[in-house]
Write a protein that binds this ligand. Structure first.
Ligand SMILES: Nc1ncnc2c1ncn2[C@@H]1O[C@H](COP(=O)(O)OP(=O)(O)O)[C@@H](O)[C@H]1O
Ligand SMILES: CC(=O)OP(=O)(O)O
Ligand SMILES: [Mg+2]
Length: 401
């Protein structure tokens, strides 16, 4: 069985094509800058070099058409026809309270994803575009959706309710949902397996720090609490998202700056975080480079980013009354040794002791970065949301009816 996994974002789309019998990747890549004349398609077939093409890609349907054309290209493709794709698995960020696991796409599922647009404005509209673009390009293929929110459905009411009038939860389902669940689930399981310890007995904090970033208290393998909330805006400071702020800032800024609801939403989601403080970039690599060049605004952005993450780690250790394992994952978590060092060097009171050499090693694989004396095992576990989505689609579509 061959499964194409799609993670559609507002202006980008990542894909991986799996051969499920051995879970090998036949091809992978991404389309960036969708909507622009200079969109970039990167395509990497199993046995060939990475190819890069800059062209006009104005919408998701075109992006998917281009991806499929690469996959079946006579010279560099890995399939003869798109009909060899047995299923397409999508990442969907917000599943609300309706979805506790992966489901097969039908009209009702699409309606539900659409109803949740307001709650994940950067993500859910793009996912639906991805689903309809596949329908347009491979009409007969089975599609599944795997939700970021599913793993967090184990949170107890004391973590998922906000201390505001209950009518808002009852009428509008205003509550914490949490995101990046596929990743938190995957890395927590891998961390326990790596350490050779039963997941059920571990108090773990998983830090998924990419463009979007969230931190989860995983108690005995289950999500107890997580930093993102009703939407992926709450919690940690991110590339362009503010994370936690005083909610009173919203009406105050709206009135002082004469902002509309859309404008204030856009300010907090797209023009805050690292971008706002550094004034130059939302990309951690560029922030680090600017810091090396002596840019004080980039330095402040980095310090705030680290400080806010560290406060969450402290809070979740308190929430679990202890901590056995701290996991770093995603683009920043896996690659930024200086961020991991800054966080861990300020958590020595918790018995965390980093091994600076292990931390600085560049490696794409799972590894321990704390010293033998550390009371908390600190790990880097590369996440693989796409593989989980492929496995879920495979399992669901192969279930006996
Ligand atoms: N070598 C690196 N050092 C520091 N940050 C990195 C490195 N590689 C990638 N990143 C950062 O990872 C982030 C993207 O993470 P990723 O998990 O790919 O996000 P998303 O899935 O949300 O697109 C960017 O801020 C990028 O700068
Ligand atoms: C939920 C979320 O923030 O996702 P991403 O990190 O892909 O933006
Ligand atoms: Mg991501």
């Amino acid at each position: 069985m061959k499964i194409l996994v799609i993670n559609a974002g507002s202006s980008s789309l990542k894909f991986q094509l799996y051969r499920m019998h051995d879970e090998s990747v036949l091809a992978k890549g991404k389309v960036e800058r969708i909507g622009m004349e200079t969109a970039i398609l990167t395509y990497e077939p199993e046995n060939g070099p990475e190819l890069r093409e800059v062209s006009e890609i104005l919408d998701h349907t075109t992006a998917i058409r281009k991806v499929l054309a690469s996959i079946v290209d006579p010279d560099t493709g890995v399939l003869k026809s798109v009909n060899e794709i047995d299923a397409v698995g999508h990442r969907v960020v917000h599943g609300g309270e309706s979805f506790k696991g992966t489901v097969i796409v039908n009209e009702e599922v699409k309606r539900e994803i659409k109803q949740l647009f307001d709650l994940a404005p950067l993500h859910n509209p793009a996912h639906l575009l991805g689903i309809t673009a596949v329908e347009a390009n491979i009409p007969e293929v089975s599609q599944t959706v795997t939700f970021d929110t599913a793993f967090h459905q184990t949170m107890p009411p004391l973590s998922y309710l906000y201390p505001i009038p209950m009518v808002l939860y009852k009428r509008h389902k205003i509550r914490r949902y949490g995101f990046h669940g596929t990743s938190h689930d995957y890395v927590s399981k891998h961390a326990a397996a790596f350490l050779g310890k039963p997941l059920e007995q571990l108090k773990m904090i998983t830090c998924h720090i990419g463009n979007g970033a969230s931190c989860t208290a995983v108690l005995g393998g289950k999500s107890l609490d997580t930093s993102m909330g009703m939407t992926p805006l709450e919690g940690l400071m991110m590339g362009t998202r503010s994370g936690d702020i005083d909610p009173a800032i919203v009406p105050f800024a709206m009135s002082k700056e004469e902002l509309t609801l859309n404008e204030v939403n856009s300010m907090l989601n797209k023009h805050s975080g690292l971008m706002a403080i550094s004034g130059t970039s939302s990309d951690m690599r560029e922030i680090q480079q600017a810091m090396q060049d002596g840019d004080s605004k980039a330095e402040l952005a980095f310090q705030m980013y680290e400080y806010r993450l560290r406060k969450y780690i402290g809070a979740y250790a308190a929430a679990m009354n202890g901590l056995d394992v701290l996991v770093f994952t995603a683009g920043v978590g896996e690659n930024s040794a200086i961020l991991r060092k800054a966080v861990c060097d300020n958590l020595t009171f918790m018995g965390i002791e980093l091994d600076d050499e292990l931390n600085a090693q560049r490696s794409g694989s799972e590894r321990l970065i704390s010293s033998p004396a550390s009371r908390v095992a600190v790990l880097v576990i590369p996440t693989n949301e796409e593989l989980v989505i492929a496995r879920e689609a495979h399992a669901l579509l192969n279930q006996p009816n």
